[in-house]
Design a protein around this ligand. Structure first.
Ligand code: NHR
Length: 199
């Protein structure tokens, strides 16, 4: 979230972050956003009797700001089909693996347990099927000898901080389209793959 806000501040960026909303009212990112002059709001899922009720309240808050896009960043609640369809084509997530491998949670531990030599992150449109939407961009990093889930997560996070702002910029520039077979095309045909240099 901070990487997206910082990127949008850059010169000649065609986007701004209009609000930051978290399902955890104690999230440090909310205070950080307020400090940056961005409206920020906590909305605890624990205050709602069902996922549907929470998602409806969440949508009501989001719609106050009339955003063109809703970008999930560390958002940990599975969203209902109703919420996803309301923002169809405008709802994006970054997942810490090279999808379609390692959907779900604990992706870095899964990568180490499987022994893959390359790992990374995926920026994708959100669909009702978890971690399955059309891929906008990916960032990859090597798995190194001696890696722990924590050291690997840190390396992947660097890739996330490159891939997500890049994808957000393509979206804001109106360059991202979905094909009939649900693949992403980006006008100008950028590579859409970010490879981190490791010293
Ligand atoms: N919702 C839909 N419909 N589709 C996706 O692809 C979604 C989504 C909501 C969040 C982010 C995803 C990730 O990047 C995301 C993608 C949380 C869970 C999860 O199981 C799964 C995937 C993601 C985020 N959440 C538990 C739940 O019961 C709670 C886990 C917790 O609180 O620690 O919602 O990884």
């Amino acid at each position: 979230m901070q990487a997206l806000v910082r990127a949008c501040r850059g010169e000649s960026w065609p986007a701004e972050v209009v609000a930051v909303i978290s399902s955890r009212p104690d999230a440090a990112g909310l205070d950080w956003a307020r400090g940056q002059g961005i409206p920020a709001q906590g909305l605890s899922h624990k205050d709602y009797p069902s996922r549907e009720a929470f998602d409806q309240a969440l949508a009501a808050q989001i719609d106050r700001y009339r955003p063109d896009y809703v970008l999930l960043a560390g958002f940990m609640r599975v969203l209902t089909a109703g919420f996803v369809s309301r923002y169809a084509g405008r709802l994006v997530n970054i997942h810490p693996s090279l999808l379609p491998v390692f959907p779900g949670l604990h992706t870095h531990a899964q990568a180490l347990a499987t022994g893959v030599r390359v790992h990374g992150c995926t920026v994708h449109f959100v669909t009702p099927v978890l971690d399955h939407g059309p891929i906008i961009a990916q960032g990859c990093v090597p798995v190194l000898a001696g890696d722990t889930p924590e050291t690997l997560a840190e390396r992947v996070l660097c890739a996330e901080h490159t891939a997500y702002p890049a994808a957000a910029r393509w979206l804001a520039e109106g360059r991202v389209a979905l094909t009939a077979d649900q693949r992403v095309e980006v006008a100008g045909d950028p590579q859409r793959l970010f490879m981190l240099e490791i010293q």
